[in-house]
Design a protein around this ligand. Structure first.
Ligand code: E4P
Length: 261
């Protein structure tokens, strides 16, 4: 399992040394307010033409710095406001890649995060044809995953915690621990389907709410994890760290779902 940091916090990236990093507009906003960077990033935002321009400029500024610290991909998101507009998503994604180019960061280092709506998937299919790699996000179910794989996207981010949040709201007293976690089950199903059918699309579990969900998905291609949960992973005495860092977890698939699933 490749460990990915789900943050725009440069200090956390230095501390945890992940292979990749993922950001989204709220993580960028949080990172931009951190001590030491606030003034410079506020100045960049002030020079922008409008709010979208400001968000992209700051996201690329932070993303470029992250790309100098991690060996793998940096994910930068197209505003979710554009999720149902293929052309607007395409324009925004191309402009993000151009901005990265101006910072000396090549397209091969960047994953453009696009919402896995029908329109977003169509945009991602076109971007991949142009050599722009995509990370299809806000993925809550199998049908989205199938459409993303058919479109040939580089990576999907199925959301574990948001699925759990929804189920918890419906059934507050139910036991959703371990393999009863519907978010975990959703990712396993997607993973098994992709591997069983030879899809190249990378599966990266995202939106984790607790360490147990991460442990249950050890062996998945990639997992993007918040600094708080990475802190638990960094405790090398803990079982979670052992499971994810073991030789075995590098190569194996997550424990499969039972047949009845
Ligand atoms: C990662 O790609 C996502 O942006 C992130 O994991 C979402 O997590 P959340 O559900 O806690 O917002």
């Amino acid at each position: 399992t490749t460990v990915v940091a789900d943050t725009g916090d440069i200090d956390a990236i230095r501390r945890f040394e992940p292979t990749d990093a993922t950001t989204n507009p709220s993580l960028i906003l949080q990172a931009a307010q951190l001590e030491g960077r606030r003034e410079r990033l506020a100045e960049i935002a002030r020079q922008a033409a409008d709010i979208d321009d400001a968000l992209d400029a700051v996201a690329v500024e932070i993303g470029s710095e992250i790309s100098s610290l991690v060996p793998g991909y940096v994910s930068t998101e197209v505003s979710a406001r554009l999720s149902f507009d293929t052309d607007a998503t395409l324009a925004r994604a191309r402009s993000l890649i151009e901005r990265y180019g101006r910072h000396g960061v090549g397209a091969e280092r960047i994953l453009i995060k696009v919402a896995a709506t029908w329109e977003g998937i169509r945009a991602a299919q076109q971007l991949e044809r142009e050599g722009i790699h995509t990370n299809l996000t806000l993925l809550f179910g199998f049908a989205q995953a199938q459409a993303c794989a058919d479109a040939g996207v580089t990576l999907v981010s199925p959301f574990v915690g948001r699925i759990l949040d929804w189920h918890k709201a419906q059934a507050p007293d139910a036991d959703f621990s371990g393999d009863n976690d519907p978010g975990v089950r959703s990712v396993k199903r997607i993973y098994e389907h992709y591997k069983g059918h030879g899809y190249d699309t990378i599966v990266m579990g995202a939106s984790f709410r607790n360490a147990g969900e991460i442990l249950a998905l050890a062996g998945c291609d990639r997992l993007t994890i918040s600094p708080a949960l990475l802190g638990e992973l960094a405790d090398t005495s803990g079982p979670l760290a052992r499971r994810l860092s073991s030789q075995d977890a590098e190569t194996r698939a997550p424990e499969p779902l039972h047949e009845a699933d």
